[in-house]
Design a protein around this ligand. Sequence first.
Ligand code: NAD
Length: 341
Amino acid sequence: EVPASSPVDPPAVSPAARTSEAAPRSFRHALVTGGAGFVGSHLCTALLAEGCEVTCVDDFCTGRRQNVAHLASHPGFTLIEADICRPFDIAPGARPPDLVLNFASPASPADYLRSPLHTLHTGSSGTWQALQLAHRYGARLVHASTSEAYGDPQEHPQSERYWGHVNPVGPRSVYDEAKRYSEALATARARVDGTDVGIVRLFNTYGPRMRGYDGRAVPTFIRQALAGEPLTVTGDGRQTRSLAYVDDTVRGILAMARSELLGPVNIGNPTEITMQQLAELIIELTGSRSGLRFIERPGDDPAVRCPDITLARGKLQWEPQTGPEEGLARTIEWFRRHATG
Ligand code: NAD
């Protein structure tokens, strides 16, 4: 019988990485694909705040210009509108990038089910082009994979050694398999030509700049609660998610960038919450008078999802610091001040 998990094979050091004695890396120019998206825009902001130049490359298929509007006048910020499935580059004369954060990809089920081929193309050809660019400039590339690589998991919580349980022809496969392929591609590039790669498997992340209609639970519930509409909980509401606040996720990604790990490394918040508990907490925090409405659960929706973050704790000295009340309160505040479309 084939084992479901590998007994060995802890995440390796990227073959291109320097010696472990070296000081933590700092970066002078980061190129962020998908930088006008939810997570990408927070990465751009954090890197600029550290004094790093940032080039954001985005095709705006799910991202928004307003996500990076606050950066437009920053002298270190450059925005390039491009689809990363085709060869792309930094602006002529710009300093060569020493970090590539590959975050371009539709990420919410509503988005990737609407654009299944673009999602597969971005995970495959787009990741290929991002790796080409990183290799050409000798930059470290951190690739955003996902907890969806574990599919509907049969091990709980999920450690990086678990190989996953994905239906390759199910509706979510366009995202799950694109990410699994992109992990294989990035790992092969590291092994074959020494490209300096790190892979993070992000678990559900929430925070300001999510779109109210992107279909993910937190923005959907907040939008509905603020509008006084019933919160639409799928299934019986007992399926769990573990939700990380975006500032914590960004800290984890940048810790991975500064490390020499190839990974994959889970970045997520191990505190589990059921969908019903989440909905009730959001009703409480918004002071809404909304009730709950139970609706049909989408196909292939995982029943449980919780990261084992032993590796990130040990190797990156990272763990989440923001509890759900605090993170949701900040997100609700942002939704109150901004259009929720
Ligand atoms: P998002 O949709 O807000 O951002 C994705 C960005 O990528 C958008 O700005 C979109 O326009 C851009 N993009 C997509 N395809 C592109 C292409 N071919 N060329 C150029 N730009 C392209 O999603 P997000 O939540 O910010 O997710 C960002 C990354 O993090 C994704 O790779 C996603 O898979 C990963 N991730 C996110 C989460 C989460 O909870 N938010 C969890 C796991 C993994």
